[in-house]
Design a protein around this ligand. Sequence first.
Ligand code: FEO
Length: 634
Amino acid sequence: MAALPTPSASRSRGAAFAGATGRTGASQKSARTALAARGGEERDVEMSEVASWTGLTPGKEYRLQTMSIEEVAENTSTIRSLDWDRDRFDIEFRLERGTTYNSYIIKGAEKTALIDTSHEKFEELYTAALRKELDLGSLDYLIVSHTEPDHSGLIGKVLDLAAAQGNEKLEVIGSKMCIAYLQNLVFQPFKNRVVQNGVQLDLGGGHNLEFVIAPNLHWPDTMFTFDHKTGILFTCDAFGMHYCSDEPEDVEGVKELLPHYATYYDCLMKPNARSVLTALKKIQDFDLKVVATGHGPMLSQNLDTFVEYYRSWSEKATAKIGPCVAVFWVSHFGESERLAQLFAHGLTSCGVNVEMHDLNAVDALEIMECVGRNQIIAFTAPPRETQAATNIGSLVANLKPKKHQFVVLDSCEDAQEPVALLRSRMLKADIPEALPAMEVKTRPITTQVLHSFEEAGMQMGKKLSQKSKAAAAKSQDKDLSKALGRLASSLYIVTAKKAGVRHAMVASWVTPASSKPLGVSVTIAKERAMEPLLRIGDTFSLNILEEGKPQTLQVMKHFLQRFAPGVDRLEGVDHIEGSNGAAILRSACAYLECKMISRMDAGDHWVGSVAIWEFQVDPTRGLKHEVLEPLEEP
Ligand code: FEO
């Protein structure tokens, strides 16, 4: 695969932060300038003014901007919606670099196609940019790769604008599932065409588009589009990353982008690793030059490397190493997908094989095959009297008492089948329960609830991977074990508070790492319930315990007990809240207030590089008290 000779341009951003509140406060005033590309061609790049958007966080404003590039390849342009400050996505993963929603336009000799739109909050910016790039009155095709609202939020608007210009020929192209989903999203009739895998659409001038049905990347509706003329594969979510910059391609390099690419893969693609491998097989014969994603930069400079990561990660994730779990969720229903994703992420953190399916999209044969290759079946409560609810019958019919176990997860929706009823249906069929049902009594759901689903997944994952871990420990050389045992370690209680959720755990692998700036390294097992609170940018406290003291033994005993998912570990523990919200234990002889600066993947653990913000020695006995000035991040 060779990269296209079109590296990105350097550029200046639009006007300063607009400061308007409400939805968007934007005007599309900008300069269209031919900018010098680095070592290559020139490109027309247009940055819109920066608009502001007030999200759900009171007092916080998010900068929104569009970036239009007239030619990212022959007859191909893009409108990138830059969500500079987005800090959360889907399953409560903190975003470090915002995200983008990318839309593409291909102008063939005879027909024009628009691939995907943008998030609804970009309505003003995106439609203004689109009007400049395109005559909507003559648009022939709107190709929809995937119907999640971050890409499809403006489909209705685009159809309206085209219709207002007298466009009666515009056809929406998508997979069968995509068109079915869209009919429930766009409340107006629209001309559409369902395409199958391998179907081609000729735009003229060599732009022959071939569709690749790639279900579950990330919804069952997903489809890729390959342009045989330019060698660009349009993939929407797949191969994406949440990374907002004014570079449209991956020129920042693998080292900078990989953590974002990997986190995205872990959250969205890993539970669908089997589908990733299938999709990779389907595209293997294409002369691939660029992957144009729906989030983050297009992959051109390091294409082979990034694609290879998907292959190796997915092969690893599907290597059979123990019991496998199928997680069934229900699209467009309550919190079903988010909770199922969190549960699945908890499992994959422990190295358990997971596959996810939408109960709205699977048929009886797919259910039978899936049940055949998995031992634990988890499913979210489906809406009453729907196809998804009927599919629970297929699950029951295929489960075998001696081979399978089940878990019911709440969808947090009033119209759902009751969790108790679903549970008793399974138990009546003599299928044992792998984990108590995750039932949520309160609405709306809290971050604590979200966290408890991930923790439940981790708890089950630990149980399922116990045997393989025990075997690995047994095979470890005894002398090596002795040597490792001599490495210095001590005892600490790590505490954190994030989005209202507080947590605590015992840690022992903590090492001084730097003196300027003052820093330590902390090692966290990926399967720890605390792990979601210790991601890059999170703050926490390290409580240092004094060896041999009765209060140390007491506190250790408390934190080493087995807790049910979602239980507050600090209940009944004498503590005060530090400046970062994390608990400071009164039994600690000292504590450090810390911030996670970076993390390195170390097999079944993360090694975190941690900056120390503040420390106190013996805060309760007043022997010494010292507060440091906040330090610069290393
Ligand atoms: Fe980026 Fe699944 O939407």
